[in-house]
Design a protein around this ligand. Structure first.
Ligand code: AVJ
Length: 315
């Protein structure tokens, strides 16, 4: 059987991330971009996070998708191209295939190896949908290749991944989505601000899956940079930043240490922090304002009974 995946010249990332990683490690307040969390092991650890009962975003979003599937489908309409931003294992998009019946499905992710496996399985299951996958770091710029159908595009951005961005970056990404949607729109999941105890349980879970996910970024960096980070010299740390409306993830040095890589090194003292992720939490008002500023004219919003999470269709 022929599997209708159209390989794309862009389907592999050839980008050199060394300068970007180095700049973060040498900064006064060191940081690593959260996109490096998603190496092959990290992608699997993230999938494990989504299965944790404490990690409410995934199960709450799913319950909203299920409860309001008809309304969501009606808002979007059938056919057209479905563009999945951060597709991962493509499961969320698949749950809309039967109702939305897209003609084309384009899966985009930073972690392309994981994506290719997922898409190959999917293509066999839905022979009537044209499928493409592409490895892209759309945190820098979102460019839909010319080869992708010019018809109505629905961008699918679930899971509140928008939360990784500062509001200026989120605004820029949403503008780029709006300008490439043609007369389509954006179906997005957004995590809402809530009490500390729920956030802490979700980001510092008792099984320590999130700790493993966060610590694995050091191995991911070792393979990108050729550095010699030792995972056992760090611990996972979570802070709630109420001023900036976000959960912050860090790796804290457990002892004084030096990390070296070709051409450079960095010394850390005990208790020094490496910032690895921001997960911004919105209110209905703040996300609506952001979408309006990005050029979206109308929004439809669905939430769960506890107002933990919102699903939004914006046009
Ligand atoms: C994939 C960015 C939405 O912020 O909740 C989960 C990543 N980090 N646990 C989030 C994450 C720690 C997740 N996003």
């Amino acid at each position: 059987m022929q599997i209708p995946i159209t390989p794309n010249d862009n389907s592999k990332l050839h980008h050199n991330f060394v300068p970007e990683i180095e700049a973060g490690l040498l900064a006064q307040l060191p940081y690593i971009s959260p996109k490096f969390l998603y190496d092959p092991l990290g992608s699997h650890l993230f999938t494990a996070i989504t299965l944790l009962p404490e990690y409410y975003p995934t199960n709450t979003e799913k319950s909203i998708f299920t409860e309001y599937q008809d309304q969501i489908t009606k808002a979007i309409g059938t056919g057209g191209t479905l563009i999945d931003l951060g597709a991962g294992n493509c499961q969320k998009a698949e749950s809309f295939f039967n109702s939305l019946q897209p003609s084309n499905y384009m899966a985009i992710d930073f972690s392309v190896e994981y994506l290719e496996d997922a898409l190959e399985k999917l293509a066999g299951k839905y022979p009537s949908i044209q499928m493409q996958c592409i490895g892209m770091d759309f945190s820098k710029q979102l460019i839909i290749p010319k080869s992708i159908a010019k018809d109505r595009r629905t961008f699918f951005y679930p899971g509140s991944s928008i939360g990784n961005f500062l509001s200026s970056e989120a605004l820029e990404l949403l503008r780029q989505i709006k300008s490439q949607a043609n007369d389509g729109g954006l179906l997005m999941g957004v995590d809402l601000m809530k009490e500390d105890s729920v956030l802490i349980a979700a980001y510092d879970d008792p099984l320590k899956v999130t700790a493993a996910f966060n610590l694995n970024i050091l191995r991911s960096i070792n393979s990108q940079l050729g550095s010699d980070f030792r995972v056992e010299q760090f611990r996972h740390k979570v802070k709630i930043n109420r001023l900036e409306n976000r959960v912050e993830l860090y790796l804290e040095a457990l002892e004084n240490l030096t990390v070296a890589w070709p051409g450079n090194s960095r010394t850390f003292e005990k208790d020094d922090l490496i910032h690895t992720e921001n997960s911004h939490k919105y209110t209905i008002e703040s996300i609506q304002l952001l979408l309006n500023n990005a050029g979206f004219k109308s929004t439809q919003i669905w939430t769960d009974p506890k107002d933990y999470f919102a699903v939004i269709y914006a046009q």
